[in-house]
Ligand binder design. Structure first.
Ligand SMILES: [Zn+2]
Length: 663
């Protein structure tokens, strides 16, 4: 910051001021905070230092501006900037507007030396900015808006998945990465924590139902890397500044894009690639509508909230670039409709699979069950489960019983959830939501509306272009040193810096100082211990070649995303088949229909790959089908199938035709 004088940062959470100040001090920047956690004499010392202009940054809570002593101190010094952290709190358009926060405005106006420049943090919408400008009488040219785009964040929307299963798969794919999972309710947070803990994940939780002590402990455990995952309601993390949060998962849709972007924005503050995943289900919409209805807002404000909710719902359904959608929402001038290339829509990570037939089977099953049951009972019937409840209700007699027995119950339930997410099937709310057909279901049943499902793979872990074991041991060293000093680990060095050390393996002080994030001050305080760790590691790895750096201040090389499997889809299925997997297994693993997998195998055969046909038919069957084909005027699949009645299924007939070059 080029301004002369002191920057005053107004921050709503006193518990985090210390961390922010520690981080600045570790970089050799004079910073302090004033809040009620300090003793009277400590406050006095700091105020004297502020008055003497010894600080570049002063952090204070809004209430502090009611203190005469504090106001007297800051009246004495040149103020470079007043910055509002979590600026939305100040505006009546903010989603968690706090009247107490707004009360600092008249106090600020009393300052003879109030600077014309105001900074606002990233989640202020145009509404909020305009509101604050009016309150403080600031011209637009004096508002610094920190840019909205965060080009290290990849947004993902995931629909129609079983949420707990998805989360577990994600965490397994991303071990030891720090992340936050936001849930909509305390109960969700409690349940999910139990589930994950049982499976051995390192989890803390944070919500308003816990005591202040429990919350403090959870937060500290997360910041100090004792727990890697935080499960929290939106009560968590106001102003949290842990830079190496690698992912944010929203377990349910938040109410507004502002809230979403603010929470998602807690990921990747160190600039490293991070994933922001929103798990969408239609029930989320009901919950948010209910919350708006129950609120004490007047009609105009309620209308405003509904509009914002609709924008959030549209985000979950857009086919366009998710980053663009968000920037557009905030009217960010920087955007301009270029696709980000990172989000789940841009990368088209999803595979489009025709599930019209399965959808019809599901819908007709719901109908046959008289629309009286929920997802899990319906899935059981389709699977052909003979559990007690199914027999008790006489559901084994239905014509749809076992009609999808080739799928697992979980895969069936996922497809039902997908139909609900796409509003092709409705749910009646209640303690046990039941499935019901709607007007769109009819279109699907009558074949007017084909159904395509997009399968969303788990975002993959960034491929390491550094020595992972060294990185792990540097992290341990950092944690030990941080614990000794009672500061969060990231205050020493952030993950990006440790990765760069593990990549370039500096052996001297000079080499160490070329690493991004290692300045003179940091080196003086912590550098040697890390240098020694690298030297020791190199002794045990004499064969490792160091990558050459082009110049000392070159930014780190672009990260290599793990290459997606670029072989054609049918070749992937074929290879799996050749390795001994059955068609059904491949269908489940690749989240496709069996028919799709079959057509992949047949395509591979036409490409010249051998197929063991005896898996599909024996010589008798082949002869019978070829005879039938010879004897029909219309050698097409359907009439052939009708001729051969129930003896052979479509797959067998197709296989014979493909093998003999008729298809
Ligand atoms: Zn995009």
């Amino acid at each position: 910051m080029a301004h002369e004088g002191t920057a005053i940062i107004i921050s709503p959470l006193i518990s985090l001021m210390k961390d922010q100040v520690d981080a600045l001090q570790a970089q050799g920047i004079a910073a302090t905070y004033i809040n009620s956690s300090l003793s009277a004499s400590e406050q006095k010392t700091r105020l004297a230092d502020i008055e003497a202009g010894r600080y570049k940054f002063v952090y204070a809570a809004p209430e502090r501006f009611e203190s005469g002593r504090f106001m007297a101190a800051i009246k004495q010094i040149p103020i470079a900037l007043v910055a509002f952290d979590e600026a939305h709190c100040i505006s009546e358009w903010g989603h968690d507007f706090r009247p107490s926060y707004r009360s600092i405005i008249p106090n600020l106006q009393q300052l003879p030396n109030i600077p014309v420049t105001t900074a606002l943090t990233a989640t202020a919408t145009s509404d909020v900015i305009a509101d604050i400008q009016t309150l403080l009488q600031i011209d637009s040219e004096h508002v610094i808006k920190t840019g909205f785009e965060r080009d290290n964040l990849a947004f993902h929307i995931v629909k129609g998945k079983n949420k707990p299963t998805y989360v577990q798969s994600f965490l397994t794919e991303h071990p030891e990465e720090s992340g936050i999972i936001y849930t909509a309710t305390r109960k969700q947070a409690d349940t999910l924590k139990d589930q994950l803990e049982k499976r051995g994940f390192s989890v803390a939780k944070y919500h308003a139902g816990l005591t202040e002590d429990e919350r403090k402990q959870a937060q500290a455990a997360f910041i100090h890397d004792d727990k890697t995952i935080m499960i929290a309601t939106n009560a968590f993390g106001m102003g949290i500044d842990k830079p190496d949060v690698r992912f944010i998962i929203h377990y349910a849709m938040p109410m507004t894009i502002e809230a979403y972007y603010q929470e998602a924005g807690r990921a990747g503050r160190d600039g490293d690639h991070s994933d922001c995943i929103l798990l969408f289900s239609p029930q989320d919409v009901q919950l948010q509508k209910f919350l708006i209805e129950q609120s004490v807002l007047d009609d105009e404000k309620k209308q405003h909230e509904y509009q914002k909710l609709q924008a959030m719902i549209n985000y979950c359904h857009t086919q366009g670039c998710l980053t663009d959608y968000i920037l557009d929402y905030f009217h960010d001038e920087v955007s301009g409709g270029k696709n980000c290339g990172r989000c789940s829509n841009c990368r088209q990570l999803q595979e489009r699979v025709d599930i019209t037939e399965e959808a019809q089977m599901i819908l007709s099953c719901v109908k046959r069950m008289d629309e009286r049951f929920g997802i899990s009972m319906t899935a059981k019937v389709l699977k052909g489960s003979r559990d007690n409840r199914i027999r008790q209700f006489g559901l084994t007699k239905l014509s749809t019983f076992g009609i999808l027995s080739a799928y697992t119950e979980k895969a069936i339930a996922e497809r039902i959830q997908f139909l609900v997410a796409e509003r092709l099937l409705a749910t009646r709310d209640g303690k046990y939501p039941t499935l019901q057909l709607n007007q769109y279901s009819v279109d699907v049943l009558t074949g007017k509306h084909p159904v395509f499902m997009y399968t969303a793979p788990i975002p993959e872990r960034e491929q390491a272009d550094y020595q992972e074991d060294l990185f792990a041991s540097l992290r341990n060293l950092r944690r030990t040193m941080a614990d000794e000093q009672g500061v969060p680990p990231y205050v020493l060095f952030n993950d990006a810096t440790l990765k760069e050390i593990s990549r370039y393996l500096p052996e001297t002080k000079e080499a160490m100082l070329t690493i991004k994030g290692v300045g003179d001050k940091k080196y003086e305080q912590y550098g040697e211990a890390f240098l020694e760790a690298v030297q020791a590691w190199l002794k045990t790895h004499p064969d490792v070649k160091k990558p050459v750096r082009v110049t000392s201040h070159q930014p780190s090389p672009p990260k290599q995303e793990k290459q997606a499997d670029e072989r054609p889809s049918h070749v992937i299925s074929y290879t799996m088949f050749q390795s001994g997997k059955s068609i059904q297994e491949i269908a489940l693993i690749r989240d496709m229909t069996s028919q799709t997998v079959e057509s992949h195998l047949f395509k591979a055969f036409k490409d010249g790959h051998p197929i063991a046909w005896e898996i599909f038919f024996n010589t008798d069957a082949e002869a019978a089908i070829l005879t039938a084909r010879h004897n029909t005027d219309e050698p097409k699949l359907k009439p052939l199938k009708e001729m051969l009645s129930d003896t052979y299924d479509y797959t067998t007939i197709k296989a014979v035709l493909v093998k003999n070059g008729f298809m």
